[in-house]
Each structure stands twice: as C-alpha cells, then as structure tokens.
Design a protein around this ligand. Structure first.
Ligand code: AGP
Length: 606
C-alpha cells in the first residue's frame, strides 16, 4: 500500500529517498512526495504519477533530513494536494503517513473550531495540524502527545523546522523499520528497501515513538518511557532483483516456479520416514497430535491457498478445518476452542486484516503458525512459529510464485499431520515422490507457454469468463479467475462446476467463455456433465486437463494439456497454466501487468 522512506545523515537525503521510493513503488503508486529540511524551513515537493515524475522535479534539491512517501489513495482523490507530506497551516511540521486515522473527522472539526485552516481532504493533514498545535518547544513530546489522540492505524514520519537534526517516527498497526547506518539513519515501511544501505534494523512495535538523529535512535513506549530495543539483521536485498530478459516481473516470477517449488521442498521432506520436518515449527510431535481442528485465516490469493489446504487437511489428514477471510473474521467473536491450531497465511506478512485477526485469536489463547515470504515482517514476528515460503522477493503485485509455494508448504504440513495420524510410511513415500516431480512438471507447463499464448490471444477480447472446477479444482478456479481480474481487468468468476445450474448458468452464452479445470479425477465425469450444460448454451470451453483428450476433446473448443499428478497436487500445476493464460490475455489487452491499476502489493489498511 503506501510507502514511507526517510533519511538523516551527512549525505544528500533527497537522492537516497528517491531511490528508496523506487524500491517501494511496487506497493502503492498513484502519487508521491518528499519533504526536507532546507535553510529556511521545510520544502515539500509532490507529484501525481510514477516516482520518475517526482525525481525530475526534485533534481538539484539537497537536504540532510528527508521524509518521503508513495501514496495509494484512501481519503481524498489522487491529486498533488492530497499527496504526502502534509504540512500544518504554518508550514512548521511535515508528516508522511501510512494507515487510516478513523477519528480524523472529529479531530478535524475540533481543530477547525479552534481556528485551524485545512487545505486537503486527507486524514493525514490532521496529524500535522495536531502536532503543530500541541508543540511548545519539544518536538518529540508533541508527537507523543498527538499520537495518543489518534484512533486507527498509522506509521508516521515527521519533520519540524525548528529541529533540523531530528526525525520523529511512530507506529501502531502499520510497519515502520529504522535502518541503523554509520553516522546516518534510515527509515522505511518496508525493510527490503533498507537492505542495500544497512542490514541492521530496529522494528517499531505498536505504540512506540522514535526520535531519530544521524548518530542515534531513541525509542519510547506508549507510556513515553525510553526503552532499549534490540537490532535485527536483514537477509534479503530486494534491490538486486531485476526482470532479466523477461518483459515483466510477473512473467519472470511465473517462470521461477520450478525453482521456488524446489526451494519450498528443500530439506523439509524426510525421505527415510516418508514424512516432513519443519525446522521453524516449534511444536513437538506430541503437541501436533493434540490438534483437533485447524483454523486458517488469510486474504486474497493467500485465502485461496488456505481454501485448498482445507480440502487437503480434511481429506488427507482427516482434521476438521475452517478457512476464513481475515477482514470478515476479525469482526466476529471467534470461538477458539482448546486443540485449535491457527494458520495465518500472508505472502507479505503485512496485510492489516490478517494481522488484526491473528492478534484476536492470540488474545483468545490460540497458537498461531504463520506462512510468510518476508523475513522480519509483522506477521513473522507476531506468530509463534513461521514457516517461510522461500520464494524470494515477489515484485509483481499479482501473486504467482508465492501462491504455489504456499500450496507446497501447506501440502507438506498436511503430510506431516497425516503421517502422525493414520498415513502409512509407504503412502507417505508415494506422496513425497509425487511432490518431487512437481518442478519438472511445472517446467513442462512453462514449455507450453507459446501454445497457451495462442489460446489466450484468441480469447483476449472477451470480457466475461467463468472458471469451473470441482473439489481441489474449485479453490483453484477462484485463484485462476482472480489472476484474470487483477492483471487483465477482465470480469471472471470462479465457481464450483456443480453449482453453475443453480443460477450463474443464466449468464452462459457465446460471449462468456468457460475455463474448465479438469484436474480432479474423483469428479472428472461430473465435470464433463456440467460442461455439456455449458456447451448446450453455446458457451465456449477452454479445458485445462491432464487426462489425455477423450470425451473432453468433443466438448472443449480449446485444450491445454498438462502433466498428470495427484489430485491433491493439481492446484499447483493447474495454477501455473492459469497464471500463463491470465498473463497472456493481459499482454494482448495492453494492461499494466506488474502494477495493475488500483492495486498494491501489501494491503496495510483495512
Ligand atoms: C494476489 O494476487 C493479490 N495481489 C492479493 O489478493 C493478495 O494475495 C492479498 O492482498 C493478500 O496478500 P498477502 O498474502 O500479502 O497477505
């Protein structure tokens, strides 16, 4: 979502901050701005559009203390005025902000009554005006007092013209990381954007406020007492990731999946016993045996991975499993009985709804295992155990390789639970054997990219699609449809094929093609009947199948044949084919694939 960057030190912070913003651009990007200490106060420059536009305008500007922001609009339209930083009416205070201040109308009205004039529609301006109003000479104290009045979520970085050697920053519900350098200090909403400057970082926890200078950082808790914080070490440097010869990061990431699936499997399969061992899972076999129910919480693509896991855990491990969308779940009064294991899935580890849901179940005593791709992320730090996806940085907003890695880790977890219960060693061996075949099978599918491109081109001008599947192929159809919506801006609905006749079939005609995911052997014949119903209504059918051709050949208009695997693993291989289809439709439609409109990589607001 929005991104924050900051610098204080001897170098030109404007250049450093612009570079930092570019590294954050993949998260949110409708406008950007920079605020910096200059001789006579604070200078702010803001522009709508890409960071490149801002970069051109700040050319020649220098400053040793800078705060910067990429905006993903929430309160107020995408305009230069609404871009951050926001100033108070005297121009003494500049604020960049991620999150949402829920009581901003109330605060704004109160300040207006006191005679304060507002210039923008944003909730962030309230923070700047509030700090300026409270300030009586102590910058840190003014920010500490102001944040006590804020309801909602925020990460902020603040400059004051009377304190040119300081940046004050605070966080609650949104990530903020301080990078400790040699005589210089950085801050960012995303640790990955710091790693090329320093690997030493301090994560701000909820309610904490930090006073940052070039040579030192002081952190205070919500009671305003100074606390000592440990520094953590960063591992990845996102700056080294490039598109290589690929036209888009999304395509590159689709093509990385043979390797990322291998990475997710690596050292976790125990060949001798036909089971799985996770180094990062801090639960003993006895503790795993006490689990009576699994509750999965996630959003978007991660929720689809969780939905596949529901089928896996119930079918293979025979453990009752619920899967919930975090944004709905967090406002329930969840029943978390003893014996419930909560699995929270989030590629970024920063999704606000998932983190809030995790905090709620933790408050109810649940043990939380996270599945996450980003070390040091909020979720990875909140959970009792975190199983990492090892997919490497995913830059495309549309999740591809992280999804298949989520499926691999969830499948391994299922195998572990099944082996602890009823599954024999031989069955475990066969299951692992099928999993080890996945990387080659994915390579084979990627080898059909040109053929999939041809089919995608043929259907690229249709505006409505159904994705149909049954059993494991149902959540796979949801994910396939989401890919098409996200990157090609095409209306697509994933549906359980058997449910079509209960309403949606009314939409089927020659203008609404169906992608049939024929990867479930148990329900294969049933799916064929459903497809006959589509055909009878002049619906075009593109079938993805591993079942040779047979009856499908007579029903489908086009067929994508992919390698055969277990039903339980088919969501992985079928998803790769769906990703390629969506990518090529998007390419043919000229959509902006890596950074689709209105979307952000990391959704840090509700
Ligand atoms: C995936 O393509 C989407 N961009 C989106 O649905 C995403 O999966 C969702 O926002 C959850 O993100 P997370 O995995 O980082 O929590």
């Amino acid at each position: 979502m929005c991104g924050i960057y900051g610098y204080i030190g001897p170098r030109n912070g404007v250049k450093i901050a612009i570079d930092g913003l570019k590294r954050l651009e993949y998260r949110g990007y409708d406008s950007a701005g920079i605020g910096c200490i200059v001789d006579n106060g604070i200078d702010c420059v803001k522009e709508v559009g890409k960071i490149g536009v801002l970069e051109a305008v700040v050319d020649g500007l220098t400053s040793h203390a800078v705060i910067a922001h990429t905006r993903w609009a929430t309160h107020g339209k995408v305009t230069r005025e609404n871009a951050h930083p926001h100033l108070d009416e005297t121009g003494a205070v500049a604020v960049v902000h991620n999150g949402i201040i829920e009581n901003y109308t109330e605060l704004r009205n109160k300040l207006k009554e006191e005679g304060v004039h507002f210039h923008t529609e944003t909730d962030t301006e309230v923070i700047a005006q509030l700090i300026a109003r409270i300030y009586e000479g102590n910058f840190l104290r003014a920010v500490q007092q102001a944040v006590l009045l804020l309801h909602g979520s925020y990460a902020i970085a603040v400059l004051h013209k009377n304190h040119p050697d300081q940046i004050v920053t605070a966080a609650a519900g949104c990530p903020l990381v301080i990078g400790v350098g040699a005589h210089e200090t950085f801050l960012s909403s995303d640790p990955n954007a710091l790693a090329h400057h320093t690997r030493e970082v301090i994560y701000l926890e909820d309610g904490e406020v930090a006073l940052i200078k070039a040579d030192e950082t002081q952190v205070f808790d919500a009671t305003q007492a100074q606390i000592s914080k440990k520094t953590d070490a960063l591992l990845h440097d996102i700056g080294t990731v490039s598109k290589g010869d690929f036209q888009h990061f999304t395509l590159k990431e689709i093509f990385e999946q043979a390797q990322t699936v291998k990475n997710a499997l690596f050292s976790r399969a125990s060949e001798e016993y036909g089971t799985v061992a996770f180094e990062e899972l801090h639960l003993t076999a006895n503790e795993l045996l006490t689990i009576k129910r699994v509750l999965i919480i996630a959003c978007g693509t991660s929720w689809h991975a969780g939905y596949v896991a529901k089928y896996l855990l119930e079918d293979v491990a025979r453990i009752p499993t619920d899967v919930e969308i975090s944004s709905e779940f967090r406002y329930k009064n969840p029943i978390v009985e003893g014996g419930t294991l909560v699995i929270a899935i989030s590629q970024s580890g920063e999704t606000a709804d998932t983190i809030a849901a995790v905090r709620e179940v933790k408050a109810k005593g649940a043990y939380v295992v996270a599945l996450c791709n980003v070390q040091g992320s909020t979720l990875a730090r909140e959970a009792a155990s975190c199983l990492f996806l090892r997919a490497g940085p995913e830059i495309g907003v549309c999740s591809t390789k992280a999804f298949t890695s989520q499926l691999v880790v969830l499948t391994l977890f299922t195998l572990l639970m099944a082996r602890l219960r009823h599954m024999s060693k031989n069955e475990g061996h066969s299951f692992l054997h099928a999993m080890h075949e996945l990387p080659d099978q994915i390579d084979e599918i990627l080898g059909h990219a040109d053929a999939i491109h041809t089919i995608a081109k043929k259907y690229s001008q249709y505006n409505d699609f159904f994705f149909l599947g049954r059993r494991y192929m149902y959540p796979t159809s949801l994910e396939g449809a989401l890919k098409l919506k996200e990157i090609a801006y095409v209306n697509a609905n994933g549906y359980p094929a058997g449910e079509l006749k209960h309403g949606p079939i009314a939409l089927i005609n020659e203008t609404c093609p169906t992608i049939a995911l024929a990867g479930d052997k148990v329900t294969y014949d049933k799916l064929l009947s459903n497809l006959m119903e589509v055909k009878a209504r002049h619906g075009k059918i593109i079938a993805i199948t591993d079942a040779g051709h047979g009856a499908l050949k007579d029903i489908a208009d086009d067929i994508i044949v992919i390698p055969k695997t277990l039903d339980e693993l088919a969501p992985i291989t079928y998803s790769v084919a769906c990703q390629l289809f969506a990518y090529f439709v998007a390419l043919e439609r000229g959509a902006e694939i890596d950074k689709p409109r209105n979307l952000a990589k990391s959704v840090t607001v509700e």
